[in-house]
Each structure stands twice: as C-alpha cells, then as structure tokens.
Design a protein around this ligand. Structure first.
Ligand code: ACM
Length: 516
C-alpha cells in the first residue's frame, strides 16, 4: 500500500512538473518581441552541473559570462562555473561566442540556439551577447529573478531566436533635477531598462529647481544651485566621481549616458548661483515650484559662453559617449532673435569638444550642425524642420512617450498637460508613420522621458514608468509589422510575476490581462 502511494505520488509530481514546464519557445512572453522565434521539440535544463563557457579566452566574453552567472546563481543555487571553451563538450553548457557570420545581426543582434543538451548564444559584438543574455533571463521561469534559492525546474523549450533591433537608439530619460535621485536609484533604473534592451540613459542634470552635477570651475552651481528641490526639501548632486560611477555602471550594461544641461531656459538654479549669468547682475532666488518657461541665461554676455564652455568642457571630459544634450526647450522669456544665435553658439562649443549635439525640438529653429539629433516632444513642425535641415529625430512625443503623464483621471502622481497616457497609448504607435515628413531613415530611435515634478521616491518613478516603458522598449526593438496590441497585452500580462519578483511598483492597468 505504501509502495502504491509512493508511486502514485511520484506520478502526480511528474504530472505537476510537466504542467509547469513551458510548452514551446514561441509561447514564451518576451519583451521586446524578437524578430524571429522557431520552436523545436524538447527542452534544455540548467542543472547543478551546468557551466557557462566562452570562446577565445576573450576577456569581455568572460565578463559577460560572469554577468549571466551572477543573474542565474541566486535563484538556482547552482555553482555555474564560467570557463573558456575547452576541447571537452560538457552537457548542460551555456556557451557564448562571437562570430561575424550573420551581418543582419548588426552590433546589437544575437542568435540564441536552445537544444536539449546546450544553449549557444552567438553575436557579432559583445552588445549582442548582452542582449541575448537579457532574452535568456526572460526565457527561464520568472522565479529566476528571486534572490534566494528556489526549487523550480530551470527549463527552456528548444528552438532558435534570431534577433536584432529596429532602431539603434532606444532610450529612457530621468529628470534628476526637479527631484534628486541617489546613485543607487539611478543604478536600479539602469538595470531595469537594460532588461528590456534599452541602450540609452538620458540624464536631465539641470533645471530651474536644481543643478545636479559638480562643475569644478563653478562650484556654487552645486553648493547653492543643487541645495534644494521641488517642494523645498534638500536637493543633492553627483560629484564627478559619482557621475563616472554611473557612466561605468551603465557602460557595463551597454548603456550610453547622455548628460543634459538645459539652456537658455530652465536655468534658474544656475542664475541663483551666479549673479553674472543674469543680464541685471542680480542672482535670482532659488526656486522650488513647478512652473516652467520663466528663466533665461543672459544670451548677450560673453561670460555666459565662457560658463557654457567650462560646464560642457568638464562634462565632456568625463563622458565617453558621443552626445551632449543642450536642452533648448520652453525658452519662453528668451526672444527668438536671441535664442537662435545662442543655440548656434552652444552647438559650436559642443562640436569643438568633439561631441554630437542633441536638443529638444525647438533647436530646429537654429542652424543645425551636421549629425545633430532633434528630440521631438511637442511640436511636429519643429521636428520636420529639423529633418529638412538634415538632422535625425529622436521620437519622444509627449502623447505617447512621457512617463510622467497620468494614466487616467484617477492617477494621483504625474501631470496631464498632454492628456492621459494609458498603457495602450504608449505601445500603439509607429515612430516611422506618426508624423508626416518623418520616416524611418530620419529617425535615430525612441526615448521615454520621465519628468519628476511629482515623483519623490524610486517607487513613484517605477509606478509611472512600469509598464509603459516596456511598450516604448518594444517599439524601439520590434519590427513594425509585428505590432499588435491584442498580442502585446497578453505578453505584458505574462510579465507580472517577473515584475513582482523584481519588486517593481508597477501600475496594474485594467487594460492588461495580468496573469495569475
Ligand atoms: C519638455 O518636456 N519641456 C522637453
């Protein structure tokens, strides 16, 4: 009798485990949606004996192997040794290697082959391996994100994923000026956007309410200009060493940081720190409200351009990425006849520093430098003008991309000057057809800005960014022909357990059939 119940118990266990095992590779909900998924029979199992191997003694591949192992070890409890590929093939391996064989994969694409005895991840460049690793994370059961050992079966259905992005620029912007956010919060945001294959973090480092980056030649920018934040609470700033720490953390995840110093408007923090930046030589008072468009650097004074050259000079020297963002938005108290030469001068400064200019769509009114990017947020005519002047466009239409817009009339955080942006609105648009006169070849990519007038904590940021950020990430990566809201909302609903295990405070939109 005991023997019978033991056998019955084992059979039940087997049935339960079979039910838990995923059925097909193409049935797994991945965000962003891969270009192609082919399912085959069988599955791969990660076991306590599995190792991660990398080819050619390549140091960067070793680092990526370690990165993958660190993601998989806590939940599995497996040792997951990372070692160079040897002559002996070990069953259960995950192998990562570089190969230039498939040019369509580009710099960021990858080929992931899952067989019953091994997983091969191949890319042309390390960034592609990194993206493949993020896919691999999502292919394992969500509990892979747990920080303590779980007793799941770590299986992936067999098949092949061949994948590469639609746009090279896939960004998120964080406003650390209205409210200041500590390095640990920024690192968490970097990790979360990396999971969805974004590769740009745009940091809005200065505004009326705060200056957030140390400038050694102009120390009062931070000691005075960085002291407060919206609401009047204590502000803060990053020292240049801390900024470098953020840059390096992002770079290890193939994310380029774009520093923005907004000008000539949105500059009250600087104007309060140094009287000489004001046309009347009087420092303004620090500002902790949420109005916009009332401040301007004095565009007529030579000291203003010395200031800008010093600021961008110091920032450029610690920014390995190719871009400097000059803001340029909502300069309502700068006359157009002053604004245009000002933006032209600032572009000269940036280009002399060997960097590429990015500015909000208003900068299209000036004479744009070759290679400049115009970031479309409000005025389609500006963006189209930028294209006519030879610029590429970063698509951040507030109606679809602004993560600080409220979801609906019941949302307590955020603003609604651009209307409500429910989850479908952030997903359901195509950058290449949204604006007449702007097509795929004119577009650098997409970016989801998050302004923090009303965001005080990381939990606030997460509530507004998730899940809409995933929709923007999907748009940046997917091929447009695969866009399908009814399919996406199920895919997103199936991310629920993963979002929860990552302790993300996401908005549980009623539009989404969240999986139990
Ligand atoms: C902006 O939202 N003022 C770019």
């Amino acid at each position: 009798m005991l023997k019978f119940s033991l056998i019955a118990g084992l059979v039940m266990l087997q049935i339960t485990l079979m039910a838990l095992a995923p059925t097909s590779l193409s049935g797994i909900s991945l965000i962003p949606k891969p270009v192609s998924i082919t399912s085959t029979d069988g599955h791969f199992s990660l076991t306590s004996k599995s190792i991660i191997s990398y080819s050619n003694q390549d140091k960067e591949l070793k680092r990526l192997g370690d990165f993958l192992a660190e993601r998989l070890r806590p939940a599995t409890g497996f040792a997951l040794t990372v070692q160079p590929t040897g002559s002996k093939q070990i069953v259960g391996n995950i192998s990562i290697s570089l190969s230039s064989g498939d040019p369509l994969l580009g710099d960021e694409g990858y080929l992931l082959t899952i067989k019953s005895d091994r997983v091969n991840l191949i890319a042309r460049k390390p960034a592609g391996i990194f993206n493949g690793i993020q896919t691999l994370r999502q292919l394992f059961p969500a509990k892979i994100e747990c920080t303590t050992k779980q007793s799941d079966l770590w299986q992936i259905p067999a098949g092949e994923i061949r994948d590469f992005p639609e746009y090279a620029y896939r960004g998120a912007m964080l406003d650390v000026a209205r409210h200041f956010f500590q390095i640990e919060d920024v690192k968490r945001y970097i990790d979360l956007i990396a999971l969805y294959k974004m590769n740009i973090l745009h940091l809005h480092l200065s505004d009326d309410q705060g200056w957030r980056i140390e400038i050694k030649k102009w120390p009062k920018l931070t000691s005075v200009g960085g002291s407060l934040q919206v609401g009047g609470g204590k502000g803060g700033f990053y020292t240049q060493e801390q900024y470098k720490e953020i840059i390096n953390y992002a770079a290890a995840r193939f994310i380029v940081v774009i520093p923005e110093i907004d000008m000539p408007g949105h500059t009250n923090a600087a104007l309060a720190s140094y009287p000489e930046l004001n046309c009347n030589d009087q420092a303004t008072a620090l500002y902790t409200g949420t109005e916009v468009g009332f401040s301007s650097l004095c565009t007529k004074k030579p000291i203003t351009y010395q200031f800008i050259a010093d600021v961008f000079g110091e920032i450029a020297s610690i920014t390995p990425g190719p871009y400097l963002h000059i803001g340029g938005d909502e300069s309502h108290v700068t006359k157009l006849e002053d604004y245009i030469p000002f933006v032209n001068m600032v572009q000269e400064i940036v280009v002399k520093l060997g960097k590429q200019v990015i500015g909000w769509d208003e900068i299209a009114l000036s004479s744009l430098k070759p290679n400049s990017f115009v970031q479309y947020w409000a005025e389609a005519e500006n963006a189209v003008l930028g294209v006519r002047k030879g610029a590429k466009v970063i698509m951040s239409p507030a109606d679809n991309c602004y993560l600080d817009m409220q979801y609906d009339s019941t949302t307590t955080l955020g603003l609604h000057w651009s209307g409500f942006v429910e989850v479908d609105k952030s997903y359901n648009w195509d950058p290449a057809t949204l604006v007449k006169g702007i097509s795929k070849e004119n577009i650098a990519g997409v970016e989801a800005p998050l302004w923090t007038e009303t965001m005080v904590t990381m939990s606030d940021i997460e509530y507004m960014a998730f899940p809409r950020l995933l929709g923007i990430a999907d748009i940046g990566w997917r091929s447009p022909s695969s866009a399908n809201w009814n399919e996406y909302k199920i895919r997103l609903g199936n991310q629920k357990e993963r979002l929860k295990l990552l302790k993300i405070n996401f908005y549980p939109s009623k539009q989404i059939p969240w999986a139990d």
